[in-house]
Design a protein around this ligand. Structure first.
Ligand code: PMP
Length: 493
């Protein structure tokens, strides 16, 4: 069936009708994805992309068991909150059975942000304290409250930190305050938490909660060193606060072997928040906590939270994880990906560090191994170069220099090898062009530009880059100038 609109029309309508602050994934040369299956996505020209970033399609895009469960339930009943439904209580029971005994009460919501927002409310209601402690560079969601506790957003939008927010250093042993050569970086980073708590108390503040991702995803795939979380949790609890694990990205087995990232950190949170992967793309989120903490909240409602369709799909996702043994697969495929990237690490001066576990892996792009200086331009160009090779990745982290891999869990070792080979070739090209460019061009903006395009474009030319008549010729890479224009100007058709 042909698409309703041409690429150009869709792009124009998007510019006209959708908020400009909603960013497209490949801002320079966006993709129009028309269908997806398993770990592959297909654009309007029929190109197949290996999806290394869509963690919401946890068990694979359009998994028939999940789609079938959703369709069947949709044709039977969907309703807002307030009625007894078997599917909801069965789903709650199944989630709780995957968690430590005290995490036994569920709240249903529709997004990770809603879940984290409720977690803050629960923490404040239970502890009667107000302040929240978070890790530098973290992102916890898009509501007003969550932006205030997301240091990555405070930095990005140049917003002041509120007095009730306390930020501790990110326990990053590659580029953080304490590195891999420190005797016990986990203890040192935890000590920073202790110091921040004492400082807050000295200023008459009191901590309601410490919210963190047990394995930090969008801040560049940071795997905290042993003992960081264990000690941080202890200090927070000693100060009367509770500990919230944001497992919106990492939950449901992404780290491989265990269902929850907190298990890899030898900790047990008081509240856990879940989102993205639960419905395999269908919006749903869950907060799980103890009975005592739950009982501190007198009222809560969510119109769509825990609706029968979401629960049916959530239940089907749990079935697939079990039936297709996706946890052990994530563990071994993740090893394959990490080892593959590590094997090419010595060949590339721009490859700084490879880290992660299971199906959450980060590759840090630097200027050179010695300085470890983040190379954001090279990382961005690499993402486009990988796109040219039909591999979808993304560059994240505070310096946007970490290439992240968060693929659907059905990703295979073959897929991992394909991705590694593409990274190897693209990086070789990039390093080669960078050294060439450094020789001939002085202007620092021109260096990444010439690498990005692979040739020198006339910056003032006004050729039409989006040609609907010959979509196969649509450039995957556009010049940097266009990127600036893209956000500001209407496309003229
Ligand atoms: N927590 C983390 C760690 C996230 O990465 C995100 C989304 N990227 C959220 C919370 C917010 O989830 P949502 O976008 O579903 O509201």
């Amino acid at each position: 069936k042909p698409d309703t609109h041409t690429f150009k029309e869709t792009l124009k309508m998007r510019r006209n009708y959708v908020g400009r602050s909603c960013k497209l994934h490949y801002e320079v040369s966006p993709l129009k994805i028309v269908r997806a299956s398993r770990q592959y996505m297909y654009d309007d020209c029929g190109n197949e992309f290996l999806d290394c970033i869509n963690n919401i399609s946890h068990v694979g895009h359009c998994h028939p068991h999940v789609m079938g469960a959703g369709q069947e339930q949709m044709s039977k009943l969907t309703t807002s909150y307030g009625f007894l439904t078997d599917i909801q209580v069965e789903y709650a029971k199944r989630i709780v059975e995957l968690l430590p005994e005290h995490l036994c009460v569920c709240y249903f919501l529709n997004s990770g942000s809603e879940a984290n927002d409720l977690a803050l409310r629960l923490a404040r209601a239970y502890t009667k304290n107000h302040d929240i402690m978070v890790v530098e560079n973290a992102y916890h969601g898009n509501t007003e409250n969550l932006i205030k506790i997301s240091p990555s957003r405070l930095k990005k939008h140049n917003l002041p930190k509120e007095d009730w927010v306390h930020i501790v250093p990110v326990p990053d042993t590659y580029r953080g305050k304490y590195r891999e050569d420190s005797v016990s970086p986990g203890h040192l980073y935890a000590q920073e938490v202790k110091i921040a708590i004492h400082k807050a108390i000295d200023n008459g503040r009191s901590i309601a909660a410490f919210m963190s991702e047990p394995l930090m995803s969008l801040c560049g795939v940071v795997v905290p060193p042993p003992n960081f979380h264990r000690l941080a949790y202890r200090y927070v609890r000693e100060a009367g606060g509770i500990c919230i694990a944001d497992e919106v990205q990492t939950g449901l087995g992404r780290c491989g072997e265990t269902y929850w990232a907190f298990e890899t950190q030898d900790i047990v949170p008081d509240i856990i928040t879940l989102g993205k992967p639960l419905g395999n793309g269908h919006p749903m989120a869950v907060v799980v906590t103890s009975k005592e903490i739950s009982d501190s909240l007198t009222e809560f409602s969510s119109t769509f939270g825990g609706n029968p369709v979401a629960c049916a799909m959530g239940m089907a996702v749990l079935d697939v994880i079990k039936n297709e043994q996706l946890l052990s697969s994530a563990k071994s495929v993740g090893k394959c990906l990490i080892q593959g990237l590590e094997a090419i690490l010595p060949n590339h001066r721009m490859m700084g560090n490879v880290r992660g576990m299971g199906m959450i892996v980060g590759l840090e792009i630097v200027e050179d191994k010695e300085s470890r200086k983040p190379n954001s331009d090279a990382a961005e160009i690499l993402v486009y170069k990988l796109k040219e090779r039909y591999i979808m990745t993304s560059n994240e982290g505070p310096d946007k220099n970490v290439i992240i891999f968060l693929p659907p869990m059905c990703f295979t070792c073959d897929n991992a090898r394909t991705a590694v080979q593409a990274v190897d070739t693209a990086l070789s090209e990039l390093e080669e062009s960078a050294s060439q460019a450094n020789k001939d061009v002085d202007d620092s903006i021109q260096v990444p530009l010439s690498i990005l395009t692979g040739q020198k474009h006339k910056l003032d030319s006004d050729d039409d880059d989006y040609d609907d008549e010959s979509p196969s010729k649509r450039p995957l890479l556009l010049r940097k100038k266009r990127r600036v224009d893209f956000c500001k100007e209407e496309i003229i058709m």
